[in-house]
Design a protein around this ligand. Structure first.
Ligand code: FNR
Length: 378
């Protein structure tokens, strides 16, 4: 009931904070080092100024868009997130089902805790994508690609902003391990968040579905598995090993976007990993128009980072994004209340997007353009 009453994503964030132990909430809510990249990504949306047209017939405000040749209900993609079963026992399955119901894509992470086949079985009618981290053992990467393909996934998102693990200080301070273990601090947390711990201890053990990873601290696992020597030539073998559409996520410079467009990727996700990798990196919403100007005629450009509302989605699309990836927004819903929470987030994003389109006099997502929005200096 509380979830149904949540008026916006911030309300769901508060519910999530109440339900989940602090270290789990902070794993989602936190970012790298001084968390400036994350704060700036959100703050950039604060600086959006709309310039609405009045006296337009806005009785209809269609939100559908075409992404990679297929129509989706609104310009939103539920982005890849690791260890999703840590947020709620239903994890990736709950997210995939909510995405299926809302007719938007869902991206399963390499660090996911449900297999590609498990996601496909949970949401057979959904558009499920797969996100790849290139690991040291290339045979494993190829194997996860074939399992994704066998599960019907036809879009691959290669994330390139994690050559090494970022320093997430909240996790360091909490001593977070994956899976969370019961030491004296977590016992205290268990007393305060009994429902979460009950679910956690009575559900399927939390482990990676795609990669081998001994339990431990996340940065340690990442650095052991991920290959810091990956270059553009690796994208070429991925391109040849993957028959479907290919997106690259984590692009933070115009020159890199141009180089990738030349390699023949289908799309670029302008992203700094929600501020979880290099702190003080470029703010996605500010960089977006420059990337769109440079390569928007050749590849589809997506915005990722800081999206917390449907009005944010409208602003990003007006500034040139094909669609927005969202991360934390849906994870707050998941932590608050599983699939119902993710559904609530998607319902909110959609309602906010429709209302924004109407108040903007945009007559649908197709009517959004740079003339309707600007970024203030402060
Ligand atoms: C992520 N993100 C991420 N990205 C990725 O490519 N693979 C992954 O496994 C993960 N894991 C992950 C876990 C958690 C808890 C979060 C919050 C994020 C990054 C994610 O896809 C996306 O880039 C950011 O979340 C976008 O920023 P917002 O929407 O959270 O502000």
């Amino acid at each position: 009931r509380r979830v149904a009453e949540a008026a916006d994503v911030a309300d769901l964030r508060l519910l999530a904070r109440r339900r989940a132990p602090r270290m789990v909430f902070d794993y989602v809510d936190g970012a790298a080092e001084g968390e400036r990249s994350m704060a700036r990504a959100v703050e950039a949306f604060e600086r959006v100024e709309f310039s609405p047209r009045v006296l337009r017939d806005v009785s209809h405000a269609p939100t559908e868009v075409e992404v990679l040749g297929r129509r989706i209900a609104m310009p939103v993609v539920l982005g890849p997130t690791g260890f999703t079963r840590m947020m709620h026992r239903e994890g990736e399955r709950a997210v995939a089902r909510a995405a299926e119901r809302a007719a938007v894509p869902y991206v399963l992470s390499t660090m996911g805790t449900t297999s590609a086949a498990g996601v496909a079985a949970a949401a057979p009618g959904g558009w499920n994508w797969f996100q790849l981290y290139v690991v040291r053992d290339r045979a494993r990467s190829l194997d996860s690609l074939s399992r994704a393909r066998e599960a019907g996934m036809d879009v691959l998102v290669v994330t390139v902003d994690v050559p090494v693990a970022g320093a997430r200080l909240r996790d360091v301070r909490h001593g977070l391990t994956v899976p969370p273990s019961l030491h004296w601090r977590s016992v205290l947390q268990a007393v305060r968040h009994p429902a979460w711990w009950f679910d956690f201890l009575t559900s399927e053990p939390l482990r990676f579905a795609t990669v081998d990873g001994a339990p431990g601290d996340l940065a340690g696992i990442t650095n052991l598995m991920f290959d810091p020597s990956v270059t553009v030539s690796d994208l070429e073998w991925i391109r040849s090993a993957w028959q479907g559409r290919l997106l690259v996520k984590g692009v933070q410079r115009v020159e890199d976007a141009k180089e990738l467009a030349a390699v023949g990727v289908d799309g670029i996700v302008v992203s700094n990993h929600g501020g979880r990798q290099l702190d003080r990196s470029a703010t996605p919403l500010e960089l977006l128009p420059h990337v769109v100007a440079a390569v928007g005629d050749r590849v589809e450009v997506f915005l990722d980072g800081g999206v917390r509302s449907g009005a944010d989605v409208a602003a990003a699309v007006a500034l040139g994004a094909r669609a927005c990836f969202v991360g934390r927004a849906y994870l707050y819903g998941l932590m608050a209340c599983g699939e119902a929470g993710v559904r609530r987030v998607l319902d909110l994003l959609r309602a906010e997007l429709v209302r924004t389109l109407q108040l903007l006099g945009a007559g649908g997502v197709g009517g959004l353009g740079p003339d309707l929005v600007r970024l203030r200096d402060s």
